[in-house]
Design a protein. Structure first.
Length: 130
């Protein structure tokens, strides 16, 4: 697994725990479950992270170099609040997906970006959500 941490608040999906649960600290590098101050990166081939409890994050990026997915299950709520409301709250990159199942809500207090290109060429559809 390639780890591209750029600051202490970055959390990279490793899948070394149960390989599925957002809440399992062993699935993250560093091995601590994400908090509201963390920039989340899920970019591990075949990763399928699942959020089954209320969560908060600073930003969430899914995919880019590897096909990955994130699923929010039924009755889960969350908030993603970047440092500035013009920053990406949720970025879904090439060949990756985010699924919101059933009742519950995820509030994005920043931009949503869905790009079909791998970095660094990222033409994208983008809109702000709050």
């Amino acid at each position: 697994m390639e780890c591209r941490l750029s600051s202490a608040s970055d959390k990279q999906w490793s899948g070394k725990g149960d390989a599925a649960s957002w809440e399992d600290k062993s699935n993250w590098s560093p091995a601590v479950a994400p908090t509201a101050s963390d920039d989340i990166i899920i970019d591990d081939e075949g990763a399928n992270a699942a959020i089954s409890k209320t969560f908060n994050a600073k930003s969430v990026t899914v995919g880019g170099r590897k096909t990955s997915s994130l699923t929010k299950v039924n009755f889960v709520y969350g908030t993603v609040i970047p440092a500035k409301n013009t920053d990406n709250a949720l970025h879904i990159r090439k060949n990756s997906s985010v699924t919101m199942q059933g009742v519950g809500a995820v509030t994005l207090k920043g931009a949503f970006k869905n790009s079909e290109e791998s970095p660094p060429d990222e033409p994208a559809f983008m809109f702000g959500a709050e």
